[in-house]
Write a protein that binds this ligand. Structure first.
Ligand SMILES: NC(=O)c1ccc[n+]([C@@H]2O[C@H](COP(=O)([O-])OP(=O)(O)OC[C@H]3O[C@@H](n4cnc5c(N)ncnc54)[C@H](O)[C@@H]3O)[C@@H](O)[C@H]2O)c1
Length: 355
């Protein structure tokens, strides 16, 4: 099987390749990424793209037709990948996450690619009061990022059909160690605070609910989507990815980190207005569809692995929220140096592989 993975040189891509190397040893893995964060390596034992059979550098807004030749499946990770970036680059987020994603899927279908796995997000539930959200509940996307995921899923449903299987994986918030660690994710941020300063300060009132999933369990879900059968589950599936016992209030995450990183204190900003983004999610559909691919990494394991990874890096930067561990800071840095323009295109064309 030839698998094209877009957006593979970010946080999830390196861990995904390691995982698929074990579960699909015969697969040819092809990476395609603009490389915005390719230099942001963290405690990697080797260059993560060695796990890919081929690596191309390019923009999904301009997919070379040749890239899709012989491809059986696409795992589409490439995106402007969080709310702060989506707010700063609102139109570009729609262009990359929705317009270009849809064009890629349409082109893929036309060229006989049979599977399309889309990295969607539970953030499309936005502010959800009441019980855990099921896939059939109304969506309430509050940000440009979340709206782009909703638009993409809606469009993908119309493309799915005989010969073109689509799986939208509505991931919980990611956590865990990666060869390109992000610290703009809630649990990773708390562990970094604990390791660098012995103090976790929750910036909100700590009450919002957030489901979490370790990056290794995200890879497990993608592996399921690459193997699922249309006859059983249908040509189009949108499914929440996570586990019901990993819905947490942010204050519980801070407490868990303080318990596992010796000498850490935590405090909640009781005066802060509640964060509007809060959702509990129901994962029973995923449990029914993919019993052999259920999340396995516990919260405790995720925390201890991030801690160990940061310690390997001799991490001590208390000001890391201003550092290149934050995706938005990296993009702004590229722009400040005129390497990227405001449309997030490289100014030096040598950054793009000629195919
Ligand atoms: N990390 C999470 O908590 C989480 C949760 C739910 C869904 N997701 C989704 O999973 C996917 C991967 O997330 P991640 O955490 O690895 O993000 P990331 O920001 O670390 O990686 C995204 C990758 O996409 C690439 N990219 C962005 N725009 C591109 C373009 N125009 N052309 C080519 N490549 C481009 C970037 O260079 C980067 O390597 C994203 O679609 C994200 O929305 C992530």
């Amino acid at each position: 099987m030839n698998v094209l993975i877009t957006g593979n040189t970010g946080y999830i891509g390196p861990e995904l390749a390691k995982y698929l190397r074990r579960t699909l040893p015969g697969a040819r893995l092809i990476g395609y990424d603009s490389g915005y964060f390719a230099h942001c390596l963290t405690a990697a034992d080797y260059f993560p793209e060695f796990d890919y059979d081929a690596q191309y550098w390019g923009d999904i807004r301009r997919i070379p037709a040749k890239l899709l030749e012989g491809v059986d499946a696409i795992v589409h990770l490439a995106a402007v990948s969080n709310d702060p970036m989506g707010n700063r680059f609102e139109n570009v987020t729609r262009d990359i996450n929705f317009e270009a994603g849809l064009a890629l899927a349409a082109q893929a279908k036309e060229r006989g690619v049979s599977r399309f796995v889309f990295a969607s997000s539970c953030s499309m539930y936005g502010c959800a009061e009441g019980g855990p959200r099921k896939e059939t509940d109304p969506l309430n996307p509050l940000t440009a990022y979340a709206r782009s995921k909703v638009a993409m899923e809606t469009a993908l449903e119309t493309l799915a059909g005989p010969g073109f299987q689509v799986t939208c994986l509505r991931f919980s918030t990611a956590c865990g160690m990666s060869d390109r660690l992000r610290l703009d994710l809630v649990l990773n941020d708390f562990v970094a605070c604990a390791v660098s300063s012995g103090e976790v300060t929750v910036l909100s009132d700590g009450t919002p609910w957030r489901p979490l999933i370790d990056v290794k369990d995200m890879a497990r879900a993608i592996d399921w989507a690459l193997g699922r059968t249309t006859a059983v589950d249908g040509a189009f599936v949108a499914v929440n990815i996570g586990s019901t016992d990993r819905n947490y209030q942010v204050k519980d995450l801070a407490r868990a980190v303080a318990e596992l990183v010796p000498g850490t204190r935590y405090s909640i900003n009781t005066d802060a207005p509640p964060d509007k983004r809060s959702y509990k999610v129901d994962f029973s559909k995923y449990a029914a569809l993919a019993p052999a691919h259920q999340p396995q990494v516990t919260l405790e394991q995720s925390i201890l692995e991030i801690k160990a990874g940061l310690e390997r890096m001799e991490f001590a930067d208390k000001a890391f929220r201003n550092s290149h561990f934050m995706r938005l800071k990296v993009l702004d840095g590229h722009i400040a140096q005129n390497q990227l323009n405001e449309r997030l295109e490289w100014t030096d064309k040598r950054h793009y592989t000629v195919l």
